[in-house]
Design a protein around this ligand. Structure first.
Ligand code: AMP
Length: 150
């Protein structure tokens, strides 16, 4: 398991702007925020990806995520926010320790009303999805396989 920057923050070896801590998780402000209040909720267990996280730490993260969202909403006044969680390099994960981004969103940042990304309007998150279509056959087949494992 990699000793990531987040493990060092959890152990207090490097500084961070900690906004929450309990026995299982911390929340810090992202050092390169996409918007005002951009925070990271991080389980103390050093799992790299979500599927490796224990039920106990997953439950702890699930408990505090809505609380962090409520606090960020109040403090920043945002009406909207994204919760983003990357797993693996192909998904854009840079720090190999599970973390949830909570990213307050503001009108005109990232996805303006026109629907066209506004990259010149300061930091922000741009949602660029290229969706396909789910066929009945695919849904039945993959759904059957997934359900068998759960
Ligand atoms: P991800 O691409 O999902 O792995 O995101 C990693 C995030 O961690 C990025 O948004 C970084 O800005 C953030 N980050 C990296 N190092 C630190 C640090 N020392 N303190 C706070 N945030 C950090």
């Amino acid at each position: 398991m990699t000793d990531s920057v987040f493990s060092k923050i959890i152990r207090g070896e490097i500084p961070a702007h900690k906004i929450y801590e309990d026995d299982f998780a911390i929340a810090i402000l992202d050092i390169n925020p996409l918007s005002e209040g951009h925070a990271l909720v991080i389980p103390k267990e050093p799992a790299e990806t979500l599927h490796e996280l224990s039920d106990e730490h997953a439950a702890a993260v699930g408990r505090i995520l809505p609380r962090i969202c409520r606090a960020l909403k109040k403090v920043t006044g945002c009406e909207a926010y994204n919760v983003l969680q990357n797993n693996g390099a192909d998904a854009g994960q840079e720090v190999p320790h599970v973390h949830f981004h909570v990213i307050p969103r503001f009108p005109g940042r990232g996805i303006p009303v026109s629907g066209k990304p506004d990259k010149d309007n300061g930091p922000g998150l741009i949602k660029e999805w290229h969706p396909g279509t789910l066929t009945q056959e695919e849904a039945l087949e993959i759904g059957r396989q997934i359900k068998r494992l759960l």
